[in-house]
Design a binder for this molecule. Structure first.
Ligand SMILES: Cc1cc2nc3c(=O)[nH]c(=O)nc-3n(C[C@H](O)[C@H](O)[C@H](O)COP(=O)(O)OP(=O)(O)OC[C@H]3O[C@@H](n4cnc5c(N)ncnc54)[C@H](O)[C@@H]3O)c2cc1C
Length: 381
């Protein structure tokens, strides 16, 4: 075993980190306060190739491996300290893209991937519904009925990242109710399709620099050529492959946020003087720093392991769920502990730890809750 990352991966991570630090971080606090989406920063992210990393080069992307994409997300998180934009990047570049990369037809790849790779079209993925979350397959209400050369979709999707700004979405809908999870299909939906609309932008506790909304389908017409893969393969084939990428690459953002918070907290603890000495001299503070570092290092190994397995073409339900569970629960604990290091200043906007603490709260909820990760892990054993 070699625990070192390949040199090209490390170099690319540093490039992305430095880009995010110089371009994204300076305005992160202000955009978080206002809940602003920034088309300008999105354009810059597209210009350096960040928006199409795992898309093959022939369709305008970089053809990056899962490990490279994972580490780039980590670097983006560390450099930007911007949870919302990191989430928007993951919704676009991973869950809104991987289904087309892995299961899409040649025509679908040619039509969608080049525009997604540059960011000209923003993408996302719509699985969750108002009454269907963890039990995504069992309680899905959105229906797709074949009529002639098109499918007619009716239903509402909830919590969709990039909903208000997105141009194209991977949408899951029931095509055969009797078959349960084996009766769900995945479609590529454009916002211009007749019958498509979005609900209002949802107000969130964190990840405020990303946008979230409902997607509403009223007799929405989707051409049959926009079905991904075979009918009824949406959940078990398209969805599962996508979720493993999501639970690896998107989670890597949290590694970056933990690193950023740790560096800032060490600086703070060296400068903050109480009882006549820097608080970093107190064992209680050292313990929080040491345990945060331990959690970060362990999370990294788990996430990289899952990415390396994906790059070998193997499925990684166990590894991606363990990595997701450990990393996200660690991230929440780390942000809490490092917040304690900041004392009352953790409660003010003045230091980024306040924003990072709010942003981290999503991580054990989205992409499958911690409870669901535990049950997937147990089921795989
Ligand atoms: C900011 C944000 C962005 C999101 N982005 C997207 C997106 O882009 N696309 C998308 O499709 N979805 C998205 N989601 C949805 C997210 O994936 C769901 O919120 C998540 O899967 C949980 O579903 P739920 O909220 O309906 O909770 P529920 O499923 O109702 O769960 C409620 C509670 O019950 C527990 N629970 C449920 N079933 C079990 C069980 N079998 N065993 C033990 N405990 C159980 C859960 O763990 C949880 O604690 C987003 C959510 C948020 C908040």
């Amino acid at each position: 075993m070699d625990f070192r990352l390949p040199l090209d991966v490390l170099e690319y991570k540093e490039l992305v980190r430095a880009f995010a630090e110089s371009q994204i971080r300076p305005s992160a606090e202000e955009r978080d306060k206002e809940g602003d989406w920034s088309p300008d920063l999105w354009k810059k992210m597209g210009e350096i190739g960040l928006l199409g990393l795992p898309i093959p080069e022939e369709y305008g992307g970089s053809g990056a491996s899962c490990l490279m994409t994972t580490v780039a997300n980590e670097g983006f998180g560390e450099g930007s300290a911007d949870g919302g934009l990191t989430l928007a990047l993951g919704a676009h570049g991973i869950i809104g893209t991987i289904p087309i990369v892995i299961c899409g037809s040649e025509e679908q790849k040619k039509r969608y991937l080049p525009k997604i790779a540059t960011g000209e079209w923003i993408s996302g993925m719509a699985l969750t519904e108002p009454n269907s979350g963890s039990d995504a397959a069992g309680s899905m209400e959105t229906r797709a009925v074949k009529r002639g050369d098109r499918y007619i979709l009716n239903g509402t999707k909830m919590f969709i990242t990039n909903g208000p700004v997105g141009d194209v979405f991977i949408v899951m809908a029931v095509t055969d109710k009797k078959k349960g999870a084996m009766g769900i299909s995945a479609f590529i939906v454009e916002k211009t399709f007749k019958g498509f609309s979005t609900g209002k932008k949802l107000q969130k506790m964190g990840m405020k620099t990303s946008t979230t909304s409902e997607l509403i389908f009223e007799d929405m017409e989707v051409p049959e050529e926009n079905l991904i893969g075979k009918e009824n393969s949406g959940f078990l084939r398209v969805g599962k492959a996508n979720l493993e990428w999501e639970r690896t690459v998107l989670i890597a953002g949290s590694l970056g946020f933990m690193k950023f918070a740790l560096d800032g907290s060490i600086r703070y603890a060296k400068n903050r003087v109480q009882f006549g000495e820097p608080i970093i001299r107190f064992q209680a503070i050292q313990e929080k720093i040491a345990l945060s570092r331990m959690k970060l290092d362990a999370s990294r190994l788990l996430v990289y392991k899952s990415a390396i397995k994906k790059d070998k073409g193997e499925s990684a339900p166990l590894e991606s769920s363990i990595g997701k569970l450990y990393t996200t629960e660690s991230a929440i604990q780390v942000m809490y502990d490092l917040g304690q290091v900041h004392g009352g200043y953790a409660f003010l906007h003045e230091y980024p730890i306040e924003r990072l603490y709010r942003d981290a709260r999503l991580s054990t909820l989205g992409a499958g809750t911690s409870e669901i990760m535990r049950s997937i892990i147990a089921a795989n054993m």
